[in-house]
Ligand binder design. Structure first.
Ligand code: OGA
Ligand code: NI
Length: 355
């Protein structure tokens, strides 16, 4: 199936083809879609990363507490002063733009065959199983534990290697703070999830300008599969997060910040204390939007279940059954993307507690 980019460049479109009309197809609209977005500017918490790595003891513990509150109340937060130079982020976005500018034949060589292929590009989310397509082209590359890269465009490999390493270091430090905020050792998540061999996926998204943005959808409501995602974008006005029953526009990012979100495996590991948050990407009719979401998960062969320490702490029962991360990933990537449906399958129905 051809890319959205090729579609809009091949002809002058004044309306979208019917098979992109997401918002008029009732069976693909879930309830969350019916709720109008509400703009709450400046509400998403901001974490000052420098306090974690070079603050005083008191500043650091204050920051850990803020991280904990952001995870508990939002599941999304900005990270500023993280030490990754703005130009490294810009170059990564630029290289992804160059990738999408490759000729269609060149990209087709990198389509991949299986959802777990380490280099895979395409359009929509999983066009093989979708009836309605998303206004999005993508590139997904496994960059850790083994680094992969498309061999085009020139420079992509160096730029993504440098970016991936730097983002990974930030992610590890954040998971340290998250561990502490859960009342366990700083290294707890890193060790338990075997992050030395942890999966890191660079997911680049292109949302070309769309003639009928209110009818199309860039990426449907979903939660991310891993532990923690760090996202950057070339412009705001696209991502929306589901919070307290409303869709909230994310368009007020501090300059050069990362937008970080909790993903499904952190919800499982923390036994639901920190929840993955549903988000979606809408499209616009003015300019192409590019985002780079760096997903960080456990080692592929790790079976993840609620951490005994975190279940016991509150005298609770485990709320999720264990599953191998690789199987979870294959199932999520190989299906239609639909809210938190993958995670729901692991949820244990609890009897009302008598305690
Ligand atoms: C993702 C994602 C949102 C965006 O890649 O998982 O949610 O704004 N992307 O591109
Ligand atoms: Ni996502």
């Amino acid at each position: 199936m051809g890319s959205v980019k090729a579609l809009i460049e091949s002809t002058t479109l004044t309306s979208i083809p019917p098979n992109y009309a997401y918002n008029t197809t009732s069976n693909t609209c879930n309830q969350q879609n019916a709720i109008d977005p509400v703009e709450l500017e400046g509400q998403i918490p901001t974490i000052d990363y420098s306090m974690l790595v070079s603050g005083s003891g008191q500043q650091r513990s204050q920051c850990v507490q803020q991280v904990g509150e952001a995870c508990r109340d939002w599941g999304f937060f900005y990270v500023i002063n993280h030490g990754v130079p703005g130009e490294v982020m810009e170059r990564m976005l630029g290289a992804c733009g160059d990738f999408f500018d490759l000729r269609e034949e060149e990209k087709r060589e990198m389509e991949g065959e299986e959802v777990l292929d380490p280099i895979r590009c395409g359009t929509s989310f999983n066009a093989a199983v979708e009836q309605v397509f998303f206004w999005r082209d993508f590139l997904k590359v496994f960059v850790h534990p083994i680094f992969h890269s498309p061999d085009k465009p020139p420079g992509f490999s160096d730029i993504s290697l440098n970016y991936s390493k730097k983002v990974r270091a930030v992610m590890l430090e954040l998971l340290g703070a998250i561990s502490e905020s859960l009342g366990v050792d700083k290294c707890y998540i890193e060790k338990e999830m075997e992050l030395e061999h942890g999966l890191q996926i660079l997911a680049a998204n292109l949302y070309p300008p769309c003639p009928q943005p209110e009818l199309a959808m860039g990426m449907p409501p979903h939660s991310d599969h891993g532990l923690l995602t760090l996202l950057i974008e070339n412009q705001g006005h696209g991502l929306q997060i589901h919070h307290n029953g409303m869709w909230i526009h994310v368009n007020n990012a501090p300059p050069s910040s990362f937008l970080v979100n909790i993903a499904d495996h952190l919800e499982i590991l923390s036994n639901g204390k920190y929840k993955s948050v549903v988000h979606r990407a809408v499209v616009n009719n003015k300019a192409a939007r590019i985002s780079v979401a760096m997903a960080h998960g456990p080692a592929l062969d790790k079976v993840v279940e609620p951490a005994p320490e975190l279940v016991k702490n509150g005298g609770y029962k485990a709320k999720y059954i264990g599953m191998k991360y690789k199987d979870y990933l294959a199932s999520q990537q190989g299906s239609q993307l639909n809210g938190k449906s993958c995670l729901e399958r692991l949820r244990i129905e609890c009897e009302p507690s008598t305690k």
